[in-house]
Ligand binder design. Structure first.
Ligand SMILES: NC(=O)c1ccc[n+]([C@@H]2O[C@H](COP(=O)([O-])OP(=O)(O)OC[C@H]3O[C@@H](n4cnc5c(N)ncnc54)[C@H](O)[C@@H]3O)[C@@H](O)[C@H]2O)c1
Length: 324
């Protein structure tokens, strides 16, 4: 049976959950977001509103920005006809009324009662197996039997999270990348009991979804520590932290080097602050417990210190850099 997704549940309306809710809503899905308190949900709604406004602004100003860019780079003044052609090609696909429709599709809650009609749940709470298992045990009780239950974990075992339910064949990892509204990759990770049908259904479903810029690109990845992208990325990031600790270059110069010399859109320290030092710390600790440091280096001392100092990156206004 092919999965038909009408209503999506999101558990955890933080950095990732609020953006995943936004993506589902702009794709016409009804969305219900659960968090622990109304205070957190207020922040969730503000995040969603801001991101939808940015998408609207991007759509409304895109053509004029492109005209200015062409005129500036070629030093040629475009004719009215040429400008009209550009405006027609880059006509806004997202409008004020589509924004309102998307906002109206998103509801928030602090209870699981409203998960009785979801077809898919994506959990995005803190990176902790025990807490995620508690959520999945509740989801098992409150969601329909056909519903697929996914975790957005960056590092934890899908099989362990799924063991808290009575339907591990319907549980899998859906690992989005930060910020999911613009990064299209999604790693689809089956646990040991996940059925082939569940994996195929989610790959097919995600292939129909667009974020703010691109069609989403699902890939199937084996359940291994760090999955695929983080396994490669963290090896590089750890090397950058080690270079900083060894005084090879300054933090700013290492960021500059990886942008200007390796073509990365962001340097490793800028990326760390965006991802969150707490998230990186949890991922490194979990991976270390699982593999004893075989696939990645030991967690960096700098990450450990920043984590314990509460300097968790952009979200706390201090991480490697100061944003105050
Ligand atoms: N931040 C990233 O770059 C990134 C990227 C990919 C995946 N992830 C993963 O996504 C998950 C969430 O990360 P985040 O950065 O959005 O975290 P976050 O701290 O921004 O948000 C977590 C949210 O979950 C809520 N929450 C905690 N316990 C809950 C519960 N029992 N029920 C409902 N809500 C609960 C919190 O109140 C908070 O709003 C983690 O598993 C993380 O590893 C994060």
């Amino acid at each position: 049976m092919v999965l038909f997704v009408k209503r999506v549940g999101i558990v955890g309306g933080g950095a990732m959950g609020s953006q995943i809710a936004d993506i589902m809503a702009i794709n016409g899905k009804e969305v219900i977001v659960k968090d622990v308190s109304e205070e957190f949900l207020k922040k969730t709604k503000e995040n969603i509103e801001k991101n939808l406004n940015d998408l609207l602004e991007f759509n409304l100003t895109r053509a004029d920005k492109e005209i200015t860019r062409i005129e500036k780079s070629t030093q040629i003044k475009l004719t009215d006809e040429q400008k009209e052609k550009i405006r027609e090609t880059l006509k806004p696909k997202f409008t004020e009324s589509l924004k309102k429709e998307a906002s109206d599709r998103i509801q928030t809650t602090t209870s699981y009662e409203e998960f009785s009609e979801v077809d898919l749940v994506i959990e995005a709470i803190v990176e902790n197996t025990k807490l995620k298992q508690e959520v999945f045990s509740e989801l098992d009780k409150h969601t329909p039997t056909h519903a697929i239950l996914a975790t957005n974990t960056s590092s934890l075992s899908i099989t362990e999270v799924a063991s808290a339910t009575n339907k591990p064949e319907k549980v899998l990892g859906m690992h989005f990348f930060n910020p999911p509204i613009t990064l299209p990759l999604i790693e689809i990770i089956p646990g040991i009991e996940t059925s082939e049908e569940t994996v195929n259904d989610i790959i097919d479903f995600m292939s129909t979804i667009r974020n703010h810029r691109y069609p989403m690109q699902p890939i199937k990845v084996k359940e291994v520590p760090g999955f695929l992208v983080n396994r490669i990325l963290f090896a590089m990031m750890n090397e950058a932290y080690a270079c900083y600790e060894d005084g090879v270059a300054s933090m700013r110069d290492i960021d500059l080097a990886m942008r200007a010399g390796a073509g990365m859109p962001m340097g490793p320290f800028e990326l760390s602050d965006l991802v969150g030092i707490d998230v990186i710390h949890h991922v490194q600790e979990e991976v270390r417990k699982m593999v004893g440091g075989n696939t990645m280096n030991q967690p960096s001392q700098t990450i450990r210190k920043l984590y314990h100092a509460g300097r968790h990156g952009k979200k706390t206004k201090r991480g490697f850099y100061d944003y105050r």
